[in-house]
Design a protein around this ligand. Structure first.
Ligand SMILES: Nc1ncnc2c1ncn2[C@@H]1O[C@H](COP(=O)(O)OP(=O)(O)OP(=O)(O)O)[C@@H](O)[C@H]1O
Length: 552
């Protein structure tokens, strides 16, 4: 494993800090179960052999004590295993929940500037599949490895007490099955694991895009080609999984073989001692079974360490994004929230990357509080880029943009986003009810407030005429609504948010004249008392503005 792998492993252990108590309980229980199981098998072997010899006229046997011990150990093993599963799974699931929240909190500041470079399906795969895969590390690698470290010395001590020779054989076998094999499995599993994690993300991204752009791909005749691409990814994933299966079979088989070899080795060295009377027959049976049962302590390790390759690849994919630098830095000492809401820009310069030419260059404008500035200009002039500065989705590099006399860059993004409402031609609607889509803007709004907002947006009558009213489902990205209804739903949201700054980006684009008129009437009500930036090409829409500014 390379240095990066070890660092990730160490970091994964660090992230589990809050759950160490549970994990320790899991380790103790697992080690207890291994010891109980080994003792059970050894004692059972001894007891059966002793009973058989007693039956054949051998020495008499008090069978009550061993029978009771066997029953006790069996109960201990069953309850121990149940409790161990309960504890370790509880710890792991709590941890995965924590990890998911931790990862999401790191993703949030990356939106939208950094995340828009990623494929949606791949992001989802990191958040879900990759984090789920870390379960393998905690549940199958960390806890069983620690339990083996605890149980094996005790087991060897017991064997050494009964027969030092058998203890040496067992120690050699356990070094092979519990150390060499897991390390070999880790090496074998690393490359296919890395491929599997990457291909799983790619497949998820391919499928998300196929489903989302299905209609366009079908019309363009590109569906078969893109499906073939996804199939190639699926085949590569399958190939990686086949390699993983092969590696797991090989290491499993070598582990079994080692255990059998140790069993025979123990028999070979103990039987002559039994023949010469140094050991009893039942002792030989007990030692042979103890040797075999001891391998339970390490049986799962090769498979788990092999899967560790994929877990680490998943961890890397998670850490890579979690460690990405946000496109903009929050101010170290935020300025107090503005009390006025006029806008002032001077010599404003904004570029998407240091090596790209500026999109906005020396921009200058003023909008009084409650005023509306219409912004027009050719495609690519930077109109949408300008709007993205106010909610701090992007930053400007020089010049000044002030809200109520406070430099926008010195305000936290969250404060600014709380002051802004947006209506764009691509306002996102979630695939849920109209009510839920509205509540995004104001979670505690009651039905009266929702209806008022819909009335102001000139959408109430249409919503009430729908069979489920406010509970009507809008479909994927609002597919069950018309373009005008989607736009007015976004306006209703803005009414509910009751923000002081309104950012309108082509709010009537793609609408017919009659619908545009209804949307504009709603917008005219919405802009009252709110400082508004309105980007549009359409003369009717620009009539809402007090002043028009052309970006070139
Ligand atoms: N995320 C981005 N990374 C790099 N360049 C970008 C990014 N987004 C936009 N641009 C570039 O910035 C320039 C301005 O884009 P913007 O979307 O602001 O223009 P616009 O005036 O709103 O255009 P339209 O009227 O077509 O919507 C364009 O050249 C565009 O290619």
């Amino acid at each position: 494993m390379n240095q990066q792998g070890w660092q990730d492993l160490y970091r994964l252990l660090g992230l589990a800090k809050g759950e160490w108590g549970w994990a320790l309980a899991g380790v103790l229980l697992t080690a207890g179960v291994i010891l109980a199981n080994t003792a059970l098998l050894g004692l059972s072997g001894w007891f059966i052999a002793a009973m058989a010899l007693a039956g054949h006229g051998g020495p008499g046997l008090d069978f009550f004590a061993p029978a009771a011990a066997i029953r006790g150990l069996a109960i201990l093993r069953a309850t121990g295993r149940y409790t161990e599963r309960l504890v370790t799974h509880n710890a792991t699931f709590r941890l995965l929940t924590k990890l998911r929240v931790w990862f999401y909190e790191r993703l949030e500041p990356l939106a939208p500037a950094v995340l828009e470079r990623e494929r949606d399906g791949d992001l989802l795969s990191r958040l879900r599949a990759d984090i789920d895969r870390l379960e393998t590390f905690y549940l199958r690698v960390a806890v069983p490895s620690a339990a083996a470290l605890l149980a094996v010395p005790l087991l060897l001590a017991l064997l050494a007490w009964l027969s030092p020779g058998a203890a040496w054989i067992e120690a050699a076998g356990l070094v092979v099955a519990g150390l060499a094999l897991p390390l070999w499995a880790l090496t074998l599993g690393r490359a296919p694991g890395r491929v599997a994690a990457a291909k799983r993300g790619q497949y998820s991204a391919d499928m998300t895009e196929i489903l989302r752009g299905h209609a366009e791909l079908l019309v363009a005749g590109a569906l078969t080609r893109i499906e073939a691409q996804a199939e190639t990814t699926a085949l590569a994933l399958e190939d990686a999984q086949r390699h993983q299966g092969w590696a797991s079979w090989v290491t499993g088989a070598v582990g079994q073989f080692t255990a059998q070899l140790c069993l025979w080795g123990t028999l070979v060295i103990t039987m002559p001692r039994a023949a010469s009377g140094l050991l009893s027959g039942p002792d030989v049976a007990a030692l042979a079974l103890l040797t075999l049962a001891g391998f339970e302590a390490v049986a799962g390790l090769p498979g788990a360490w092999q899967a560790l390759g994929e877990s680490l690849a998943s961890a890397r994919r998670v850490f890579e994004l979690a460690d990405a630098t946000p496109a903009l830095q929050e101010p170290a000492r935020p300025a107090p929230s503005p009390r006025r809401f006029d806008l002032h820009a001077e010599e404003l310069v904004m570029r998407y990357a240091p090596d790209l030419p500026p999109v906005l260059h020396g921009l200058r404008f003023d909008v009084p509080e409650g005023g509306c500035l219409g912004i027009t200009g050719p495609s690519g002039a930077g109109k949408s880029s300008l709007l993205s500065l106010l909610p701090r989705f992007r930053d400007y590099q020089s010049g000044s943009l002030q809200l109520g006399g406070v430099e926008v860059r010195s305000l936290p993004g969250e404060t600014l986003r709380g002051l802004c409402a947006m209506v764009t031609q691509r306002a996102h609607l979630f695939n849920t009810s109209i009510r839920e889509n509205l509540l995004i803007a104001k979670p505690d709004a009651d039905d009266t407030a929702l209806r008022d907002a819909l009335r102001e947006a000139a959408l109430l009558d249409e919503v009430l005429a729908m069979p489920a009213g406010l509970d009507t489902l809008v479909g994927e990205a609002g597919a069950a609504l018309s373009g005008g209804q989607m736009r007015r739903l976004a306006i209703a949201r803005a009414f509910l948010a009751d923000a002081r700054i309104l950012l309108l980006d082509e709010p009537t684009e793609g609408l017919d004249a009659a619908t545009e008129q209804r949307v504009l009437e709603a917008l005219a009500r919405l802009r009252q008392g709110r400082t508004t930036l309105l980007v549009s090409h359409r003369p009717q829409a620009l009539r809402l503005a007090d002043k028009i500014f052309t970006l070139s």
